[in-house]
Design a protein. Structure first.
Length: 312
């Protein structure tokens, strides 16, 4: 069977084709019950790098490839990290569409220095494993989307000497980056953030500094919780997401993480949100124990697929 015809989309054309991409994502969502493309793709479509690229298969499928925010080669020689997104309408899920799109993205990465491609598939299952392995990607790690009904039947209990306040744009960036990168050292997505990484998130329309809380102890910034509100989108209700919660290693084990989580969920409930949501690595037992103790249950399993691409 002939391979699908894939057309490359340069960053200069992203705005032109974004509506087509959204329709493909909506078609996939109508069948799967969740979006196909994650936040990283939409963010890059709005603010692309010079090395970003898209690949369209008519109006039925789309692939997006871009260097991640922390995608530069590391000092220890770790490979560059590229983020891949795939959205394929139901009628295009035959005939090698996935393999053709992944091959086009891999060729782009090879021509731009190579590195590790990471594709997150929401609600991944055995069919995804088979299709993506055939395309050259291997299952690497799972992420749980977890949800809880709000309000929680408890109040935050802050460790002695801790005070909290909202994030102040233009004042707290440097301190937050230091604590975030210590808390998530080695983490593929959340670790290694730079000032530009944070600035891109702050510039997003959903960003609300009054839902970004910092906790200080006598030694300085000890932890934080950053909340994100998702508007209702059938079949999902409005959601209050724990976008990221982190505790400086020096303050871990004090109960600060639990207090921050409760405070963040309390804040979104006060804005009319009745369902809390977060993502947690499936192998992070300490985090899962905390979230389950607050009532969170697994709603969906997402999976990262990866491959290494040599420079051309």
């Amino acid at each position: 069977m002939a391979q699908p015809s894939v057309a490359e989309v340069t960053p200069a054309r992203f705005a032109e084709v974004e509506a087509r991409i959204a329709r493909i994502d909506d078609d996939a969502r109508a069948v799967d019950g969740h979006p196909a493309l994650g936040d990283a793709v939409w963010l890059d479509l709005e603010h692309p790098t010079t090395e970003s690229a898209g690949f369209l298969f008519g109006d039925r499928a789309y692939a997006h490839i871009a260097p991640s925010d922390n995608g530069a080669p590391s000092d220890n020689g770790a490979p560059r990290h590229w983020t891949l997104g795939l959205a394929i309408a139901p009628e295009a899920r035959i005939g090698g569409t996935t393999r053709a799109l992944v091959a086009a993205a891999a060729a782009h990465v090879a021509a731009h220095g190579g590195g590790r491609i990471v594709l997150w598939v929401l609600g991944a299952g055995p069919d995804d494993d088979a299709e993506l392995v055939a395309a050259g990607l291997q299952p690497a790690r799972d992420l749980y989307e977890m949800r809880v009904a709000l309000p929680l039947p408890r109040q935050p209990e802050w460790p002695a000497g801790v005070r909290e306040r909202p994030f102040e744009v233009g004042h707290d960036e440097a301190a937050w980056l230091e604590v975030n990168n210590r808390a998530f050292a080695g983490h593929a997505e959340q670790g290694g953030w730079t000032a530009s990484t944070l600035a891109r998130r702050i510039a997003e329309p959903w960003f609300d500094p009054t839902l970004f809380f910092l906790a200080f102890d006598p030694d300085g910034l000890a932890g934080f919780i950053w909340m994100k509100v998702h508007a209702k989108h059938d079949p999902d209700p409005a959601l209050g997401e724990i976008y990221v919660v982190g505790v400086d290693p020096r303050a871990q084990g004090t109960g600060l993480g639990r207090a921050l989580a409760i405070a963040g969920l309390q804040a979104v409930h006060e804005r009319g949100i009745d369902t809390g949501m977060l993502f947690s690595a499936a192998d992070n037992e300490a985090a899962l124990e905390l979230y389950r103790s607050l009532g969170f249950k697994v709603h969906r399993v997402d999976r990262a697929y990866e491959c290494e691409v040599a420079a051309q």
